[in-house]
Design a protein around this ligand. Structure first.
Ligand code: FMN
Length: 202
């Protein structure tokens, strides 16, 4: 069944995780509402050479092929607190913040709802929908860890950007797919981005 998933992209390193997740959702025919923070845009441009904006889908087509057109992509402005996503009345099946900066993690843990990413995450929690946070920082300080605990206690799933190596990754894409696949599992979407441990390797 086609799902509607919100993806927040914030200013932590690891935009490959967001790109592989968005690619997988679109190829599978899902509806993706994406919101970039200012530094989410900056880092995606720096790390992956893609720029958010009107032709983001075109850039995805160029990078990943025509199959990303199977789904539907809409981008919302981070400051647009009047966007439909800001209301719990709009049907959404879940949200992932990938990668999730320590700043956005803190805002979610404290319920500030000051941007569309923060508000959408707040709505996702209050509507008891799956919220997946993919934090990336190293090392963590105690504040980071306490914020992860608070967000986890409020119902968020914490999926740190920690790809495994038992999959024998051969590329950045493989590393990205491992995390994207784990996020899809938590969103209740079947994934074929990596072979689960113990199953036949191709
Ligand atoms: C190149 C670069 C890399 C960064 N990497 C991280 C990171 O991995 N984790 C993190 O929490 N913040 C990182 N930051 C800092 C955040 O971008 C900054 O705290 C920003 O305020 C986050 O805001 P946002 O959550 O609204 O995107 C990085 C910043 C830059 C410029």
């Amino acid at each position: 069944m086609r799902k509607h998933i919100i993806i927040g992209v914030t200013g932590a390193s690891g935009s490959i995780y967001a790109l592989r997740l968005i690619r997988a959702l679109l190829v599978d025919g899902h509806r993706v509402s994406v919101i970039f923070s200012k530094f989410g845009r900056y880092i995606m441009q720096d790390e992956a050479g893609l720029s958010a904006g009107d032709d983001f889908l075109e850039q995805l087509v160029e990078k990943y092929g025509l199959s990303v057109r199977n789904g539907e992509l809409a981008e919302f402005k981070i400051g647009d607190l009047a966007a439909p996503l800001a209301s719990g009345s709009v049907r959404v099946d879940g949200m992932a913040i990938v990668p999730c900066s320590m700043k956005t993690l803190s805002s979610i843990a404290h319920g500030t709802s000051a941007s569309l990413i923060e508000r959408s995450a707040d709505v996702t929690l209050k509507e008891a929908r799956p919220l997946i946070l993919v934090p990336r920082e190293t090392p963590f300080n105690l504040i980071h860890m306490k914020n992860m605990l608070a967000a986890g206690e409020a119902g968020a799933h914490i999926v740190p950007a920690m790809p495994a190596f038992y999959q024998k990754p051969e590329s950045f894409e493989d590393l990205g797919d491992f995390i994207a696949g784990r996020v899809l599992n938590l969103l209740g979407i079947e994934q074929n981005l990596f072979t689960p441990w113990g199953e036949e390797q191709e």
